[in-house]
Design a protein around this ligand. Structure first.
Ligand code: GTP
Ligand code: SPV
Ligand code: MN
Length: 583
């Protein structure tokens, strides 16, 4: 196959000339193609079939042990001006960036097949969707892209119609971390990634395109590309509200997006639109609408069980690719937090030995099509997306943030998002559990200077008088022994109910310097084993800690210098003086 779009054909020819593959395969996205690639990988050991009786169509991939997460220190945004990438990104000039990786791509696909994957981020017919083409030498990437995006012939037809697409060039390379780079060239809508076969480093439609490049495009085109789940919450009266929640990596998006309502909330239903990325656009009435550019999940496996996330637990019993989990003697996948079975082999494929660490890698993942999710929304393919009532920020804060609070207004909400911080997780290489600033959960994903990004957020206020309300949640408060204070998971719906009641003006709130908090009795705790004292702690504001936090944030803002919008500084000053007054 080839294409009638000469710009695409020329690029494929040019890449082939540089990388010298043995053959070129244009992906159609058919089920047969998927199965053929799976069979090929089973043959060469890239995948192993799991127990086909209990886990039909499920396969295990064990990645190179040095290649198990995103590599933020090797991820670059290449702009002419360093300030356009900002202190939140690693920077290289476009000329240096290309030179650096092109040398590594020379002959990189010798003896291998080069796959050309046309894909569409978002429903094929949506005006909000954007397309891309990933060229890769990894069949593992192809099958993951098939599960997670609308890829193949239909996408190619749209690309040929649009004439415009994001280019993503990927090679697994030799997996040497010294020769691993994830480079973005936003002005050229070009991504070049080499030396990793893992998740966000290699599935270029996801973080590289749908967040870093898309956030850059979104700013100039007047929309937003965000690290947010999208879910619909239907109450017993049949009324559905949609919310979009930005939590950092491994902080609960997938779990929240498909939660099962607690027993004490009969008649409530959840509709999952997306679990990781939202593209937000204004419609003609000034209503902010969201589409999920993806159509599958690359989710954290550890912790998934029938109690925490039954929808996910069920959907990954078939048609799933597991990466870096352990295996039982019966060849079933196993991970920490799975209630039944025990590990016989760890994520490196070695006989399990508890002294060698966890059986499944903490960042082990499942890849599965969203259609496997019992709560997948009927509107997931709606070209116009869904209207958003609330935007919710969150993160892992052991001590500081209350269970939930509401921003006073849009401007304050932008400050709440910008000042969010969270403990680091295993989703990226590096130390785990240290607090870092993670504005809007976009620290690793914003493709341009955060100062400009906050300005873009603030500017939305001029465009609509129907903006969503903004909230902040924290499921991760701990006591002195490290136990979570809040039960989390399905029980989080109790908090979402308060959020929706606030959007509909159905419940009051208590004003504090950090925003509006629920009265302790306003979060329903029926059938929960939680004391009034714990609820009091979860809904109180520790003014001393908040003043320290606020001072830290001031220093952080300063690191962005003149790019920080004055409006944001003023808002920060306002909160600082409220905190001083209240102390
Ligand atoms: P990425 O895919 O990396 O963007 O992560 P995510 O934000 O989708 O996080 P996910 O839902 O996969 O959750 C990550 C980890 O947090 C899992 O081990 C979950 O079991 C755990 N988790 C999720 N929600 C909760 C919660 O409400 N409370 C507690 N205590 N843990 C949770
Ligand atoms: C994340 O780290 O936020 C993920 C996984 O969703 S990855 O696709 O590897 O970025
Ligand atoms: Mn994510």
């Amino acid at each position: 196959m080839t294409t009638k779009l000469s710009a695409l054909q020329r690029w494929v020819d040019e890449v082939a000339a540089r990388t010298q593959p043995e053959t070129i395969h244009w992906c159609t996205g058919s089920d047969d193609e998927y199965q053929q690639l799976v069979d090929l990988m089973v043959e060469d050991g890239t995948l192993s079939p799991l127990n086909q009786e209990t886990y039909p169509n499920c396969y295990l991939h064990l990645s190179d042990p040095t290649d198990v997460a995103r590599v933020e220190h090797l991820t670059y945004v290449c702009t002419e001006e360093p300030d356009d990438a900002g202190p939140n990104n690693n920077w290289m000039s476009p000329a240096d960036g290309h030179a650096r990786v092109d040398a590594l791509f020379d002959g990189a696909m010798q003896g291998r097949t080069m796959y050309v994957i046309p894909y569409c981020m978002g429903p094929i017919t949506s005006p909000y969707s954007r397309c891309g083409v990933e060229i890769t030498d990894s069949p593992y990437v192809v099958v993951n892209m098939k599960l997670m995006t609308r890829m193949g012939s239909a996408a190619l037809e749209r690309i040929e119609r649009d004439g415009k697409f994001v280019r993503g060039l990927h090679s697994t390379g030799d997996l040497d971390p010294e020769r691993r780079f994830i480079m973005h060239f936003p002005d050229e809508l070009y991504i070049k990634s080499i030396g990793s076969g893992y998740g966000g480093n290699a599935l270029l439609g996801k973080k590289c395109h749908a967040l870093r490049i898309a956030s850059w495009q979104a700013r100039s085109e007047g929309w937003m590309a965000e690290h947010m789940l999208i879910m619909g919450i239907e109450n017993p009266e049949g009324e559905t509200h949609y919310i979009a929640c930005a939590f950092p990596s491994a902080c609960g998006k997938t779990n929240l997006a498909m939660l099962i309502p607690p027993h004490s909330m009969p008649g409530w239903k959840i509709h999952t639109l997306g679990d990781d990325i939202a593209w937000l656009h204004f419609d003609d009435d000034g209503c902010l609408r969201a589409i999920n550019p993806e159509s599958g999940y690359f989710g954290v496996v550890p912790g998934t069980n029938e109690e925490t996330n039954k929808n996910a637990y069920d959907m990954i019993t078939r048609d799933t690719i597991f990466t870096n989990v352990a295996r039982t003697e019966d060849n079933e996948p196993w991970w920490e937090g799975k209630a039944d079975g025990k590990p016989a082999y760890d994520w490196r494929g070695q006989p399990y030995d508890p002294s060698q660490g966890k059986a499944a890698h903490p960042n082990s993942r499942f890849t599965v099509a969203a259609t496997n999710n019992p709560s997948y929304s009927e509107l997931a393919d709606a070209p116009e997306g869904v209207p958003i009532s609330a935007i919710v920020f969150g993160g892992r804060r052991k001590r500081l943030a209350p269970l939930v609070y509401e921003a006073r207004d849009w401007k304050h909400g932008v400050l709440v998002g910008a000042s969010a911080g969270s403990e680091t997780t295993a989703a990226a290489i590096g130390e785990v559990g240290v607090i870092r600033r993670d504005p809007m959960a976009m620290k690793p994903f914003c493709g341009y200077n955060f100062g400009d990004y906050w300005r873009h957020w603030l500017s939305l206020e001029e465009r609509s008088d129907k903006l969503p309300k903004i909230f902040h949640v924290n499921w991760f408060r701990q006591d002195d022994d490290g136990n979570f204070l809040w039960p989390g998971f399905g029980e989080n719906l109790r908090v979402l109910k308060w959020i929706i009641d606030r959007c509909e003006d159905r419940v009051g709130a208590r004003e504090t310097p950090i925003g509006y908090l629920p009265e302790p009795d306003d979060i329903d705790t029926a059938e929960l084993d939680i004391s009034a004292e714990t609820m009091r702690v979860l809904s109180s504001v520790d003014l001393d800690r908040w003043r320290i936090e606020n001072a830290h944030f001031a220093t952080y803002l300063d690191s962005f210098g003149e790019r920080v919008p004055q409006e944001l500084r003023d808002e920060h000053e306002r909160v600082a003086s409220e905190l001083d007054k209240a102390s």
